[in-house]
Design a protein around this ligand. Structure first.
Ligand SMILES: NC(=O)c1ccc[n+]([C@@H]2O[C@H](COP(=O)([O-])OP(=O)(O)OC[C@H]3O[C@@H](n4cnc5c(N)ncnc54)[C@H](O)[C@@H]3O)[C@@H](O)[C@H]2O)c1
Length: 401
């Protein structure tokens, strides 16, 4: 397959949003990026801390986990948290700076966050809280607040929000759709970090196009997480001519994300997203029974430490077997926060350029289930071209592009 050719994506146009060169006017636009967070859990905690921690980074400083310290004219300090939505009574009604530290959050603390003047509003619960997460019997569950939900679109407008970051629990289909619709009504871009399909769903992609706002998604990819390691090793086997026969990726953790995923009924899209992120890299498809990828167990004392056990079995020259085993240990939530900082800045660039619908290049690089899958080198090149406002290199433009 030619480098950069699409790999079993569900769209056709590889980069139609990124052809214009960055104009002087765009480069000068800058200003703050007003962000609202939906779901003030561990990922939100790491994102907020990360923005505070790196806000004074010099433009020439190499910040680990960011593509660029200043991306498309936007430094990290451009990100301003305007407001947030949650349903947990330990978070609703607080300033975002305090809510990120409330239980059951357990993400590592690496920054002192000052008061942000960003209130956490009560959101509609819908399917955000599964039956098994709602019992107030231990510290790792959600405690739903009393009180009526706010009008989300009205609050987004009131706070001048430009980008909405969705961090809802896995399986929150109705809740994610509710917030996405409110964002469209309020003229906000959406960065969708959970595995509910919006950017990669043609019907929702169309809604964003008609609504005139961009969307990046779906399901955030971590800096060095199980997905990217599995993709890179899959490409290594493929490039060296070893046919992958079987593979698994078993993930365990002790945060509420893993607790929530014990409810197997909520897992359908997470499994699709994680599995497609790897199988899309295989040039020789293998039987579904020979691929097992997903969240596997909840170990409370691990807290935000995620352990991934990965195995690939392949057939090499002479039919001999090659086996690879990897154990990856990461702090789950900070691992994706830098990627979200870059995605938020790309969302703002897309707003500046008046784009609507899925932002394809950055979605392919930052997310596990984008509208189109490419190998990671091509994803990165597409994203760099988008940021610079340059046309894609000719070898990356497919017949559709
Ligand atoms: N590296 C990563 O951690 C990573 C990577 C990929 C995807 N994700 C996804 O990001 C999402 C967030 O992960 P997390 O670890 O922060 O989860 P979390 O469990 O720590 O936080 C979820 C938050 O959503 C709130 N919530 C529940 N229902 C709500 C509703 N209806 N409205 C508003 N808020 C509601 C909860 O009270 C909680 O504060 C998950 O879907 C996860 O799978 C995370």
């Amino acid at each position: 397959m030619a480098p950069g050719a699409p790999r079993r994506g569900n769209g056709t146009d590889p980069h139609r949003n990124g052809h214009e060169r960055l104009s002087q006017a765009e480069a000068a636009r800058g200003g703050p990026i007003r962000v609202a967070i939906v779901g003030v859990g561990n990922c939100a905690s790491s994102l907020v801390q990360g923005v505070v921690h790196y806000r004074d980074a010099r433009p020439d400083e190499d910040v680990p986990g960011l593509m660029h310290t200043v991306l498309g004219g936007y430094p990290v300090s451009a990100i301003e948290f305007a407001c947030a939505f949650d349903v947990d009574r330990r978070k609703v009604g607080k300033d975002l700076a305090d809510a990120i530290l409330a239980p059951p959050n357990c993400a590592v603390r690496f920054a002192e966050v000052p008061r942000l003047d960003a209130p956490v509003y009560m959101g509609p619960v819908l399917d955000g809280v599964s039956a098994s997460m709602g019992e107030p019997t231990d510290s790792k569950r959600f405690l739903v607040a009393d009180g009526a939900p706010e009008d989300v679109a009205a609050r987004l407008r009131e706070h001048g929000v430009q980008v909405v970051v969705l961090y809802l629990p896995v399986g929150s289909q109705k809740a994610a759709e509710h917030y996405a619709q409110a964002a469209i009504e309020a003229g906000c871009a959406v960065v969708n970090c959970l595995p509910v399909f919006l950017a990669s769903d043609p019907a929702w992609a169309r809604r964003f196009e008609v609504g005139g706002v961009p969307v990046l998604g779906d399901d955030i990819k971590s800096q060095v997480g199980a997905t990217i390691v599995h993709r890179v090793l899959t490409n290594l086997f493929e490039d060296r001519g070893v046919r992958i026969r079987r593979t698994y990726q078993l993930n365990t953790g002790g945060n509420t994300d893993f607790r929530n995923m014990l409810d197997r009924d909520r897992l359908a899209t997470k499994k699709i997203s994680k599995t497609a992120a790897v199988t899309s890299q295989m040039r020789h498809p293998i039987d579904a029974d020979n691929v097992h990828i997903g969240p596997s167990d909840y170990v409370p004392w691990l807290d935000d430490n995620k352990l991934c056990f990965l195995r690939i079995e392949g057939e090499g020259f002479g039919g001999v077997t090659t086996e690879l085993e990897v154990r990856l240990s990461v702090q789950d939530s900070p691992n994706s926060a830098g990627v979200v900082i870059d995605a938020v800045r790309c969302a703002r660039i897309a707003l500046d350029r008046g784009m609507a619908g899925p932002v394809r290049g950055p979605s392919s690089y930052f997310f596990k289930h984008p509208p189109e899958q490419y190998d990671d080198g091509a994803c990165r090149e597409r994203t760099q071209a988008f940021i610079a406002g340059e046309p894609l290199p000719a070898r990356l433009v497919t017949q559709d592009g």
